[in-house]
Write a protein that binds this ligand. Sequence first.
Ligand code: EPU
Length: 339
Amino acid sequence: MITLHEHAGLAALNTFGLPGTARWLAEVDGAVDIAQLARDPRFAGLPRIMLGGGSNLVLSGGEVEALVIRLRAGAWHEALRDGNRVRIVADAGLAWHALVTECVAAGLGGIENLALIPGTVGAAPVQNIGAYGVELESVLHAVDTVDLHSGETRTLSRTECRFGYRDSVFKHEASNLAITTVHLDLATDAPLALDYRDLREELAARGNPPATRQLVYDMVCAIRRRKLPDPAQIGNAGSFFKNPLVSAQQFAQLRERFPDVVGYPQAGGDVKVAAGWLIDRAGWKGHRAGAVGVHDSQALVLVNRGGARGEEVLGLAARIVDDVRARYGITLEMEPRVL
Ligand code: EPU
């Protein structure tokens, strides 16, 4: 069923809690409804935008001149089982964390490190969500999509999704496709990923008990609850900037000036620098500027301290980008989508 709202308020639909409206907001059940909207002459010529959990979004203010589409919550099921390997199929509207929780409870491994990431299953492939040493692409088999303009359906393989760090084809050429279902390859014996420093430290702090999937899930939830603000209490969109990639030479020069700078060498020889460290050492952590600010315990997260407007968030972000560029010669890129 399609439910349509005109000039619909979006403040409750973005975790930053920023004000804004959509020319049209449609709530739908799946691909059939989206195809029907795609062909509806009332929306001809209007841009179409898929909205997931609104957890990676900055509304710049005013009315979004578009047809904004939201999938209602869905379900997941086991599609194939071959020994220890289990393929699951999940509806895009389902909350990502609910899927992780239920898979861990069912003994299915591969996504426990991605616990407590806000947003929906359908949004997860768009930015190739990643945390604590695991990225979605490591388990993704395929996604089913529907074209927001033609209504045609198409399935993309993992290769066709062209995943990168917080990146996929859905941010580029395929931005006209709405993801409606996600197919994941999980396993009852998937190895536990415990290499990330925070996880090793958490395990040690708990007295190094034998690691189980449930324990990894619990530790990831505990670390996230400690470090990242809960959007229900204080508006935010998670990491506001991506961790920038620099050449090995540039990183060596940076380390000469800042011996404790944090960086992670990548396969191709480049180094991914911790943007949180750069912003923190530049003195921004806990910064307040009216209704917006930088979180007190994670400098990579910008927060709405109550009543902020999108332009204030973007203004603070621009000042941080300028300052980081002036200090370190590195240009930070925003992670959330701006509407
Ligand atoms: N750091 C600081 N000060 C800070 C924040 C971080 O010095 O205020 C240092 C930390 O000490 C650590 C390093 O920076 O050595 C990295 O920090 P952390 O492990 O918290 O991870 P991150 O790089 O800040 C990334 C992801 C997160 C993800 C975590 C855990 C990006 C942009 N962010 O954050 O993803 O949860 O790693 O894997 O890649 C998100 O995308 O919204 C998100 C929360």
